[in-house]
Ligand binder design. Structure first.
Ligand code: G3P
Ligand code: MG
Length: 246
């Protein structure tokens, strides 16, 4: 199996301990930290444009309020997604997926697009994200890894971008993970740290899938997980975890 990870460390939401999550500043911070790959969360505006954002609501990580799914792109574009994090990031915007991909390409980063639909928008979110990413991503670069908690999103990805690798994200391994992996033709499982044990990692890797674990900010824990067969860890502090790579 070709690994979908160019490095054992993936910047989480960019490098979200160093800059506000899912912003262009966070992507650049991950590149400066030495990350080769970053994970970002993709969801839709009211009119169906894909943007980088994690929560269903604007409140935690911007000066807006209310559901992202009820906010138009023009309104989102006027929000400040940096001040909440610190004074160095005043005016940092919520990026469109197009803008984020451009920054990733300019910074020579590979990407894991987590499709993060608001409830009820699963298929629409996957379709819209891929419709933007497929024509924009250069064919001579490693393909984006598409991941989601949502099986409906992964099913759309399998049909719309069959050649791009897919990973299912799990808080814990579901009983039917083998059947789902076969149906969705998964390359990997992204497992919460709380569910990552040498036994669970061995079970998945023996079936021919890679395991990546989120979110790991302790270098000793990362070293333990790599020794257990984990291919990569998502970290808010990629520079710190890269320091533990042998
Ligand atoms: O993709 C791994 C991880 O980001 C999944 O959880 O909530 O941080 O998006 P969350
Ligand atoms: Mg995520």
């Amino acid at each position: 199996m070709n690994s979908p990870y160019p490095s054992p460390v993936i910047g989480h939401r960019g490098a979200c301990a160093d800059a506000p999550e899912n912003t262009l500043a966070s992507l650049r911070a991950a590149a400066r930290a030495g990350a080769q790959m970053v994970e970002v969360d993709v969801k839709l505006t009211a009119e169906g444009r894909p943007v980088l954002f994690h929560d269903d609501l604007l409140d935690r990580t911007s000066d807006g309020e209310g559901p992202v799914a009820e906010t138009l792109l023009d309104e989102l574009g006027a929000l400040d997604a940096g001040s909440w994090f610190g004074p160095d990031f005043v005016g940092e915007a919520i990026p469109t997926l197009e803008e984020a991909l451009e920054t990733l390409i300019d910074n020579d980063l590979t990407v894991n697009l987590e499709i993060k639909p608001c409830p009820g928008r699963e298929e629409e979110t996957a379709r819209a994200a891929l419709a933007v990413a497929q024509p924009q991503w250069p064919s001579d670069r490693p393909a984006p890894l598409i991941s989601s908690f949502s099986r409906a999103c992964l099913s759309v990805a399998r049909d719309q971008a069959p050649e791009w690798p897919r990973a299912m994200i799990c808080d814990s391994l579901p009983e039917d993970w083998r059947e789902v992996a076969a149906i969705l033709r998964l390359t990997a499982i992204h497992l919460a740290d709380s569910a990552a044990s040498p036994a669970s990692v061995a079970e998945v890797t023996k079936a021919g899938l890679a395991v990546a674990v989120y979110t790991v900010n302790d270098p000793q824990r990362a070293t333990f997980l790599w020794a257990a067969g984990v291919a990569a860890v998502f970290s808010d502090r990629p520079a710190v975890i890269l320091g533990a790579v042998q």
